[in-house]
Design a protein around this ligand. Structure first.
Ligand code: LLP
Length: 384
């Protein structure tokens, strides 16, 4: 299987040229179906910030997901991909009145992020229903940049300000019918999710008019070879139990949702790059490639690990190398001191698990163009 994949990626890299992003639609479908199956009765929204390619958004929507957006640009892309307004949500941070009003006027459900936003909403739409994002102090995630709760996080209305929130809602006759929480990203632990959901349920008891609760995203994937997968099956079983418990306590049925991004697309994506230079220094071998942090910023920005496969070398002889990009920055390194099948000039390397937060975070830094994106659909490779 791995050999077949390696050869397919090599042929693709040669045929299409490098650098290039390739996504396997089969993997995205499998991930969608896995979540649907294990989280029955929970509404699922794809956090499209992970990958906004319209073909990917369409594919995930067709698997029964709504789309979570964070900017007018993302809403526009979702529109173009044919997603109906009723299936789009918007989570806003640091937005101004004009943006907020325009999103609400489109009929999109918005999760308000601050007391100031509640005030603006109330002034423009008194008497309406609102959903608010809370910060319940359960931050989690693999890097401080992706922890979205706790005292250092810019997101959500702090748990200590619930009284003020309620007062503001009363002032404008707003009914708080939704609560939203997103604790962080790439979380691999079932207990952390359960702890966050418990905290949200506890807080929800203080709000009598709720119609929906959103648990956010954050489902992680194993980037490192020996990392344990998040057990979605167990998570699903445990969540079902806590939800039933909560409904009993709350006394009324309400809707629940998750908004995963990474989990659906990360493992479907490869960035194919070509070896352009090999430099043997006294203590290190640098392997230069025709891509860099402008195309995949995760290693430089978060110290993220991405497996790298030499698709051109089937031999088992491995060498310890540092794989560096073609951008004029010392931090432009995809992997440090990594053992991979001995690379030579012209080899095609596949950087794995880049379907999420890969292309979307790319830039034309150093005036090097962005790569193209292709998708494997039933053994055909299509430009998307
Ligand atoms: N919902 C909200 C409100 C979010 O802020 C995010 C991600 C998600 C859902 C989806 O989270 P996911 O399921 O993908 O973990 N660039 C970083 C990740 C930033 C995540 C931002 N918010 C990375 O490359 O790891």
């Amino acid at each position: 299987m791995e050999k077949k994949r390696r050869l397919l990626l090599k042929a693709t890299g040669i045929k299409l040229g490098t650098p290039v992003y390739i996504y396997d639609s089969k993997i995205i479908k499998e991930k969608c179906r896995e979540l649907k199956k294990n989280l029955p009765g929970v509404n699922l929204y794809y956090a499209c910030k992970a990958n906004t390619n319209p073909e990917i958004i369409k594919l995930i929507y067709n698997e029964g997901f709504g789309i979570e957006t964070v900017s007018p640009g993302e809403i526009k892309i979702a529109h173009k991909a044919g997603i109906p307004i009723s299936k789009i949500t918007f989570t806003c941070g640091s937005i101004d009145e004009k943006e907020l009003v325009s999103v609400v006027k489109q009929g999109i459900r918005v999760h308000l992020d601050s007391l100031h936003q509640v005030e603006i909403f109330g002034q423009n739409f008194p008497g309406k229903e609102i959903s608010v994002r809370l910060n319940l102090n359960i931050g989690a995630g693999y890097h401080s940049h992706v922890i979205t709760e706790g005292p250092d996080s810019k997101f959500g209305i702090d748990i200590s300000q619930i009284k003020q929130l309620k007062r503001l809602a009363e002032k404008y006759k707003l009914r708080i019918t939704g609560l939203h929480q997103h604790i962080g990203s790439n979380i691999l632990s079932v207990p952390i999710f359960l702890r966050a959901i418990d905290a949200l349920f506890k807080t929800a008891l203080l709000f009598p008019d709720l119609k929906h609760l959103d648990f956010g995203g954050g489902f992680g994937i194993p980037y490192k070879p020996k990392e344990r997968r998040l057990d979605i099956k167990i998570l699903g079983i445990k969540i079902k139990k806590t939800i039933l418990n909560f409904i009993q306590k709350y006394g009324r049925k309400i809707k629940f949702s998750f908004e995963p991004g990474r989990y659906l697309v990360a493992e479907a994506g490869y960035l194919l790059v070509k070896v352009t230079d090999i430099k043997k220094n006294p203590t290190k071998t640098f392997v230069g490639v025709d891509s860099g942090l402008n195309h995949l910023i995760r290693p430089a920005m978060y110290g993220s690990y991405h497996e790298i496969l030499n698709t051109s070398n089937a031999g088992s002889k491995k060498e310890k190398v540092t794989i560096a990009g073609n951008i004029c920055e010392s931090g432009d390194v995809f992997a440090k001191n990594r053992m991979i099948a001995k690379p030579k000039i012209g080899d095609i390397l596949a950087i794995k698990n880049v379907g999420a937060y890969g292309y979307v975070m790319s830039s034309e830094y150093n005036s090097r163009p962005k790569p193209e994106e292709f998708m494997i659909i039933q053994n055909k490779i299509i430009k998307i």
